[in-house]
Design a protein around this ligand. Structure first.
Ligand code: CU
Length: 460
């Protein structure tokens, strides 16, 4: 098998145990690597109990081999190059060629054996966040096991005892290894119909992560505690995050885990969803309520469900407005209301490329063709059918279409607004806008007096 071309076919196929000799079965499973940041089609299981596979945003599911009833996976911890969005690549650490690592999908009751090979420059372990397992398999280096030394392979083995939404990450030099992008998703599907787990047509998953990468560089600053500048879903920033493309009327589940250093209120437009579970398991029906935003705290996971019954391109994003921005957003002073005329020409004599930012708000940034250092994303970017979307970071779209085929995850393009259903410009008579201060006094508003240049009233 050509490992690098493993995914080039239309359908993914797990390694068939029957075609591998006894000698080979005693050896390490061949690691499967990924060299792209694309969203892979769902990995339909070829062995073991059937289930409805998930789709990992800008990610993929790790194939396994069945060895005498045990599902065997091989994770390789290693330095990787990850495209964060077109125009920027980061030097991260991850698994099997990418950050995050591949999603692991198993079925409740499966016995799972995971070989973990360490190709990092330092020791590591893997903690299986949320799993019920023997204490010695929990992966906390120094506490439950010796660290996995550089160049060595350790084996984890346990039964996936409860169905749900989980993740994995190192529990060794955690600050460094998670800041470098080491993490992955884990889904345990129910073995039979479950009273609290719905059957859905689309089941998406991704991790929230964050990096601090100086404009013009490629390696994260691992000591950053809070002031990250790249807010990502599965190590991708808008417009590099794929859209979630569904058919009108589909029941949709989205699973999210947070391995950043802050909480993220995840918000969906145009629909209400219900939070149906977390890494603690499916939630009792009495604990569920409709929401359009759900906060995912650090180290938490949430799964939300809804029927996609409104056609359109619906924004789906973190509601912290700084998290829908790319680098450059923090050190820029607020310039709204400041008149730069005159100053720009003087500055351009000294610095030909000098530009004023934010004089009328920051929206100009979305259109600005400002020279950027190599390997840097614009602060607000991405273009929609009506111009710049003025977003970055943790932003994507739910695209709901009547014409999307069942099982088709391809991007249908931009939504065509039906006539008469879009905001439009008022072209009739415009009455004078009333002002709070003195609508009848004929005096200008107080704030104008304070900032108007050369005004005789400006002395305070
Ligand atoms: Cu956020």
């Amino acid at each position: 098998m050509n490992r690098r071309n493993f995914f080039s076919g239309a359908a993914l196929t797990a390694v068939a145990a029957a075609s591998v000799s006894k000698v080979a079965m005693a050896a390490l499973p061949e690691p499967v690597l990924m060299d792209k940041a694309d969203t892979a089609p769902p990995l339909v299981p070829q062995t073991g109990r059937p289930y409805n596979p998930v789709v990992t945003l800008n990610g993929w599911t790790l194939p396994w081999r069945m060895n005498q009833g045990v599902k065997e996976f091989h994770l390789v911890a290693e330095p990787v190059v990850r495209e964060i969005a077109p125009g920027m690549k980061a030097h991260l650490w991850g698994y099997n060629g990418q950050s995050p690592g591949p999603t692991i999908e198993v079925v409740e009751g499966d016995r799972v054996r995971i070989f973990v090979t360490n190709r990092l420059p330092e020791h590591t372990t893997i903690h299986w966040h949320g799993q019920r397992l023997p204490n010695g398999m929990d992966g906390v280096g120094g506490l439950n096991q010796p660290q996995i030394p550089v160049g060595k392979t350790f084996v984890y083995e346990f039964v996936a005892r409860r169905p749900g939404t989980f993740m994995y990450h190192p529990h060794a030099d955690e600050m460094t290894q998670m800041a470098m992008g080491m993490m992955g998703f884990w889904v345990t599907h129910p073995k039979a119909k479950h009273p609290l787990i719905s059957e859905v047509q689309r089941d998406f998953c991704f991790l929230l992560n964050a990096f601090d990468i100086e404009p013009g560089s490629a390696t994260p600053k691992i000591n950053t505690m809070l002031d990250f500048n790249l807010w990502t879903w599965n190590s991708r920033a808008f417009p590099g995050i794929d859209t979630l493309n569904v058919r009108l009327g589909d029941k949709v589940r989205i699973r999210v885990g947070n391995l950043t250093m802050t909480n993220h209120p995840i918000h969906l437009h145009g629909h209400e969803f219900v939070v149906t579970g977390s890494d603690g398991g499916p939630w009792p029906l009495a604990a569920r309520a409709p929401e359009v935003t759900t906060d995912v705290a650090v180290g938490q996971m949430r799964q939300v469900e809804f029927v996609a019954d409104e056609e359109g391109d619906w924004a789906f994003h973190c509601h912290k407005s700084h998290h829908t921005m790319n680098p450059m957003g923090h050190a820029v002073p607020t310039m709204i209301g400041v008149d730069h005329r005159g100053l720009v020409q003087k500055m351009q004599k000294l610095v030909p490329d000098y530009m004023v930012m934010g004089e009328r708000g920051m929206a100009d940034m979305g259109e600005m063709e400002m020279p950027l250092p190599e390997n840097t994303l614009p602060m607000m970017t991405g273009t929609g059918p009506y111009g710049p979307v003025e977003m970055g970071g943790m932003f994507s779209m739910l695209k709901v279409r009547r014409t999307q085929k069942a099982g088709d995850y391809s991007d249908p393009g931009w939504f065509q607004q039906p006539a008469g259903t879009q905001a439009y410009e008022w072209t009739g008579e415009s009455p004078a806008a009333p002002r709070a201060d003195a609508p009848d006094s004929g005096q200008p508003a107080v704030e104008l007096k304070a900032v108007k240049p050369n005004s005789h009233d400006a002395h305070h």
